[in-house]
Write a protein of this length. Structure first.
Length: 360
């Protein structure tokens, strides 16, 4: 009989189950408390009962866990300093979508040499997330692989669905079962429809194929996630963080009968992928937030910043020992000094309009 399937498959290699990876890197009490505290605060911000702003800030992608944890320790100190006005959530991205080719991230290729030791990458990613949470920082990530949350979801406080995947039924279904709030980015053309529809879809119950903790194919039935919200990242050749764009986003949410919960990504198309413009975007948004609060309403509840120890980015060299410490290998970032300045200035500007008697 002629073969008709798996014609382009070279091999099937066994992957440890989520249960096995969890057993190798178990959730600690300290990490669990950090995750739950982060989620609870994010939910209160999205419900409107916590007046603070949350900021997802960190490297474009994690490639060096030593530098990543160095960054996390710095960020924790800053998070404590600005806790009266902002909740800082560390950006911990392990998966990178690619238009054509390129490094797909720490899980897919942890050795950065096209050896694709995914089983190793998944365990190391979990180890890194555990360490970040034990430092006392909640973590945020982008969900690309629908199987990944079974391995890492218990360590995540906030999830992003990217501009290229907000329209994907698979990602909307997955989001409906996630335990953390989910931000859906507007399309790469700047349109809001896909993200708004994704919020509605993810809030509903779904049934779809997935895996359970034992790695067995399962019908996954979800309850729906009511903490979906909109992320403005610019697109179609222009930013969309200005007051007119925010007003249009509010109108789109009104039409869909959704809460006014908007996050502005200071990077990507909103800064034309120029990291030096991120402080200007943030400054504008902080002014908008202050004006909104003074007027007695709110819609911008969060911000996103791509930030690392060193500014800019670098190509991945053949000799990995030549990598510059604390510098992104994907999108360019602002450096740590700029990050401190951005967040301290935001804290000073918001201190008079945000009153939070219990920042813990």
């Amino acid at each position: 009989m002629q073969q008709t399937e798996n014609l382009n498959i070279e091999a099937f290699e066994p992957m440890p189950t989520p249960e096995e990876i969890h057993a190798r890197v178990p959730l600690s009490d300290a990490a669990a408390e950090s995750v739950l505290a982060g989620r609870r605060t994010l939910e209160r911000i999205l419900d409107g009962t916590d007046p603070r702003v949350f900021v997802v800030v960190g490297p474009c992608s994690i490639h060096d866990p030593v530098a990543g944890l160095d960054y996390a320790r710095r960020l924790k100190k800053l998070a404590d300093e600005v806790a009266g006005t902002m909740l800082l959530v560390m950006r911990v991205y392990f998966e990178k979508p690619r238009t054509a080719t390129g490094w797909k991230g720490y899980i897919n290729d942890p050795r950065m040499d096209d050896s694709f030791h995914i089983e190793e990458g998944m365990q190391k990613a979990r180890e890194f997330l555990l360490a970040v949470n034990e430092i006392g920082l909640p973590a945020a990530t982008e969900a690309l692989d629908p199987i990944g949350p079974q391995y890492l979801g218990d360590l995540i406080a906030w999830v992003a669905i990217g501009a290229r995947t907000s329209e994907s039924q698979t990602h909307r279904e997955m989001s409906s079962g996630l335990s953390a709030p989910v931000g859906f980015k507007n399309g790469t053309d700047g349109s809001l429809d896909a993200a708004v529809n994704a919020i509605i879809s993810a809030s509903s119950q779904h049934s779809f194929l997935g895996i359970n903790m034992q790695g067995r194919s399962s019908v996954v039935r979800t309850a729906g996630n009511r903490y979906g919200h909109l992320v403005l990242r610019g697109g179609g050749g222009r930013p969309n963080y200005d007051t007119v764009s925010v007003a249009l986003a509010e109108a789109a949410l009104d039409k869909a009968k959704l809460p006014h919960n908007i996050v502005v990504d200071c990077s990507h198309a909103n800064s034309y992928k120029k990291p030096e413009l991120q402080p200007l975007v943030m400054h504008d948004c902080i002014n908008q937030i202050a004006d909104q609060r003074k007027a007695g309403h709110r819609s911008i509840v969060g911000l996103m910043i791509e930030s690392f120890i060193e500014a800019g980015n670098q190509p991945i060299p053949a000799d990995l020992s030549q990598l510059k410490y604390g510098c992104s290998v994907t999108d360019a970032c602002v450096d740590w000094a700029t990050t401190e300045k951005m967040l301290r200035e935001a804290d000073a500007a918001l201190r008079g309009v945000i009153t939070n008697p219990n920042p813990a």
